[in-house]
Write a protein that binds this ligand. Structure first.
Ligand code: IFM
Length: 479
């Protein structure tokens, strides 16, 4: 399938006027400046030798707290109409309980005001993985108390910013928080224990549902919209497999799909958990999933955020008997070699999968709310010395990735799927969790010695694409 026009530009026809063009970031990955901020589980993981690829931490990161106005100027140059960011829980509520810190909230107050002044809608995420360390010591996401702690925090932020922020995402990628945080231990808090991961997977959903219910009933500015953000992708058998092999892969990856996708969507959209996952994890959930929980989880939502980077193309591997901590129950399969078209994260470039996946979700969950692609982007090695005549760093692979995915998205919309917006991950190169600063996802390069920001070619391409879409939707039709 080809999505691009003859000049390589994506065909943007069909994307409606007012479509959201944004970039996404997360607090721990860019903010830096720990003054007044409490510690989080990520500060603790960074302090453990050998846990972060380059030994980095989030103490300075991109120093966004002190440079947010420069960063908003970059967003303005892009012509964005939306910016997705997360609030640092330990910055606004150090320790994770009690009244909010005036200084912590003050930063987000200024950020939101400056965004609105620039004509950019703030899309706020309440939790992007930086749990206050004190709450971890009380059981973290594996304990039920976290549900009320999160709701209290959410309500506090909502009371402080809800007069100006209309878009509220509760949790970013709960699969990562549960299964990388407590299942494989690759992410903070660095625990490898299936029972705790299973409980965390339930409490993250319950916290989401309770926070949405409570914020919604608290009122605030009219037209508040609430959503959840999933990292969601399909598992496909490699195309070159025989029919039998493909069937084998389908059977053996079904539980991965259950843990990655169906667990969250079944709960939110049908108030049930998938039976195959319950069969596997049920023993860890006795006394954890209580009567009424699923109904509380299944709050009506205004949008579903999908963070899409790549499909998982799988092949049989009957020798593989060991289960990955983050995919219990899955054996005998492995990811196919992604081939040459791959990012430095090792993720295959599969733009058509974005369209197919959104279509699959729409079919499986007819009552799901409209989509927003809340993250999409690619890490590559950029050469800071390869600079074009206009001063941009050349990043042709990221340009191709961006064009391909926007084209797939526009095709999805033309095909009738309800997608309201698209956010590139990310505005800036930033702290990529366990990979530290070794992976660069930014449209803008950050020199970590000087903190200087330099736009890459993809920045200009995204800017031009947004402008082209505006021209298309605001110019009177000539036909
Ligand atoms: O950097 C992360 C982000 O925090 C969550 N989604 C995926 C991105 C790239 O790995």
């Amino acid at each position: 399938m080809t999505y691009a026009q003859a000049d390589g530009e994506p065909d943007l026809r069909g994307l409606p006027e007012g479509f959201l063009w944004g970039v996404a970031t997360a607090a721990f990955q860019i903010e830096g400046d720990r003054s007044g901020r409490g510690d989080s589980i990520w500060d603790a993981l960074c302090a453990r030798p050998g846990r972060i690829a380059d030994g980095a931490d989030g103490d300075v990161a991109c120093d966004h707290v002190n440079r947010y106005l420069d960063d908003i100027a970059l967003m303005r140059e892009l012509g964005l109409n939306a910016y997705r960011f997360s609030v640092s829980w330990p910055r606004v509520q150090p320790g994770g309980t009690g009244s909010l810190s005036a200084a912590g909230v003050g930063f987000y107050d200024r950020l939101v005001d400056a965004l609105l002044e620039a004509g950019i809608q703030p899309w706020l995420t309440l939790y992007h993985w930086d749990l206050p360390i004190e709450l971890h010591h009380e059981g973290g996401w594996a304990g039920r108390d976290i549900v009320d702690r999160f709701t209290e925090y959410a309500l506090g932020v909502h009371a402080a910013l809800g007069d100006r922020v209309r878009h509220w995402s509760t949790i970013n990628e709960p699969w990562c928080a549960a299964w990388l945080g407590y299942g494989s231990g690759y992410h903070a808090p660095g625990i490898a224990d299936r029972a705790q991961a299973s409980r965390a997977a339930h409490h993250l959903l319950l916290a989401h549902g309770r926070a949405v219910r409570t914020m919604r009933s608290a009122g605030g500015a009219a037209g508040h919209q609430f959503g959840m953000v999933l990292n969601s992708f399909p598992f496909y058998p490699a195309r070159w497999l025989s029919r039998e092999q493909a069937e084998f892969v389908r059977q053996h990856t079904s539980i991965m799909d259950g843990i990655q996708n169906r667990w969250w969507m079944d709960a939110m959209f049908t108030a049930t958990y998938p039976e195959d996952v319950l069969d596997l994890l049920g023993p860890h959930l006795d006394g954890v999933v209580l009567p009424g929980d699923l109904d509380e989880i299944a709050q009506p939502l205004d949008y579903l955020g999908i963070n899409y980077y790549s499909d998982q193309i799988m092949v049989p591997d009957p020798e593989r008997t060991e289960e990955a901590g983050c995919y219990p129950g899955a054996t005998s399969v492995r990811q196919d070699d992604p081939g040459p078209d791959v990012t430095t994260m090792g993720w295959a470039v599969t733009p058509h999968g974005l369209h197919d996946h959104l279509a699959g979700i729409t079919k499986a969950y007819p009552d799901a709310p409209p989509f927003v692609v809340t993250e999409n982007g690619a890490a590559y090695v950029d050469d800071p010395d390869d600079v074009g005549p206009d001063g941009c760093i050349e990043d042709p692979l990221r340009v191709a990735y961006l064009r391909g995915h926007v084209a797939a998205l526009a095709d999805a919309v033309r095909g009738g799927l309800d997608v309201r917006g698209y956010f590139v991950w990310s505005l800036l190169d930033n702290f990529e969790w366990a990979c530290g600063f070794t992976q660069r996802f930014g449209l803008v390069r950050v020199d970590y010695d000087t903190l200087r920001r330099t736009p890459k070619r993809s920045f200009r391409v995204y800017r031009d694409l947004i402008a082209a879409h505006r021209a298309l939707t605001t110019e009177p039709s000539r036909t």
